[in-house]
Design a protein around this ligand. Structure first.
Ligand code: SF4
Length: 393
């Protein structure tokens, strides 16, 4: 099946379906809209949703699997075998778990499904970036973005359907909040990814605010870093947050993964116009909390800063930014703005980005410019899922 996907992705650039690009509130996608309507049909045996009240194994921790199997009368050691089949071998059916007796597999099948659900659509950029759409419970959709870059391959993962934070510049925010993703739905974006074996990094920066769905996010991270599963170093994971009062401390205490804070403006009043979450937990309080943690070794703290023309790109704001972050071991990541419909914000040109980066780095905070990827495939977070949701309504 993966070969099928690669085939389509590699060949789709020639398939410019001139009049078939979807519209997002009047905007037209420029290239490469691909409907993978047959992709999931070939994987009928897999689903992330509850099937006749059967629970998904993918997304359960080892102790949860142990508890579940003992409840149905199976020996607890089968939990380790099941975790191995799900997380290491990634089998799509319980029937393939051949070191478990046939009788126990039949019992398992009466109560559980493996819980893998392949992406239903994919859009491939000419730069190699692939935006995947996954169907989640109640016929909603979330995005995961695969970004290959030389030796690295990063996956940007969603944590919610929609988002409560309503940031002015974000398409997901415009969707408003619909639901938290379950641990199965979060981790499925990773484990059902066609390029799973190539992944080097995961960033929880997709749709939704991770701090708003912490139980399921932390459970997913526990699985990714556990010996019985993928045993990834937490330093291959980054969790991004706008900073939510109820949650940020728990997120910081939850593990050694990297932290990214969406900053976007150094001045609280102006930040609140871009990000209403500022009113609930101000950036100055967030910075004070961050100062209690050690980011001087392997754990990294990054501030994400989308640069908007005439809004947060002046020398005065750059100086305020340096003052705000003074005393923190951190870096700043400047991000180009991907325009979304009906939002009166504009990005800046390359020279302005470079000037800002050089000024900040020259004054003590190492600053990078995030390479823009997937410009031709609805680069802004939430655009593809918005299109799909509109088609379904
Ligand atoms: S930028 Fe992040 S926190 Fe803000 S609305 Fe979008 S998904 Fe939510």
């Amino acid at each position: 099946m993966n070969n099928f996907l690669y085939y389509l992705c590699n060949n789709i650039t020639s398939l410019k379906q001139q009049e078939k690009y979807p519209r997002v509130n009047g905007f037209k996608s420029r290239l490469n809209y691909i409907l993978f309507t047959h992709y999931s049909i070939a994987e009928k045996t897999t689903t992330s949703r509850m099937e006749n009240n059967k629970k998904a194994l993918l997304g359960m921790t080892l102790s949860q699997i142990k508890e579940a199997v003992t409840r149905i009368g199976m020996p607890s050691f089968t939990a380790k075998q099941i975790a191995d089949w799900i997380y290491c071998k990634r089998v799509r059916t319980i029937g393939e778990m051949t070191n478990i007796s046939l009788k126990n597999r039949e019992i398992l099948e009466r109560h559980f499904i493996t819980g893998f659900s392949s992406p239903i659509e994919a859009m491939c950029s000419t730069d190699g970036t692939i935006k995947y759409l996954y169907r989640v419970d109640n016929n909603h959709f979330v995005e995961a973005v695969y970004i290959p870059d030389g030796e690295r391959a990063t996956l940007c993962v969603s944590s919610q359907v929609g988002c409560k934070m309503n940031c002015l510049f974000c398409m997901t925010g415009k969707q408003r909040y619909t639901a938290n993703l379950t641990a199965n739905e979060i981790i499925n974006q990773i484990f059902a990814l066609p390029q799973f074996d190539t992944l080097t990094n995961i960033v929880f920066m997709g749709m939704g605010e991770p701090c708003d769905n912490l139980d399921n996010l932390l459970q997913s991270i526990e699985i990714l870093t556990a010996e019985y599963a993928t045993a990834w170093s937490p330093h291959r994971l980054t969790v991004s947050s706008v900073g939510v009062r109820k949650g940020l401390k728990r997120l910081l205490d939850g593990g050694e993964y990297h932290i990214a804070i969406s900053l976007h403006h150094p001045d609280p009043k102006s930040r609140s116009e871009l990000m209403p979450a500022e009113r609930g937990y101000s950036i100055t309080e967030i910075v004070e909390l961050l100062k209690e943690y050690d980011f001087s070794h392997q754990r990294r703290l990054t501030f994400e800063y989308i640069v908007f023309k005439g809004v947060n790109d002046s020398p005065t704001q750059a100086r305020k930014l340096l003052k705000l972050l003074d005393g923190l071991d951190c870096r700043i990541n400047l991000i180009r703005y991907h325009a979304i419909p009906e939002v009166p914000l504009e990005g800046v040109d390359n020279d302005s980005m470079t000037r800002l980066r050089d000024y900040l780095t020259g004054n003590g905070i190492f600053t990078t410019i995030r390479a823009s990827r997937g410009e031709d495939i609805f680069a802004a977070c939430g655009m593809l899922s918005t299109v799909k949701q509109n088609q379904n309504n």
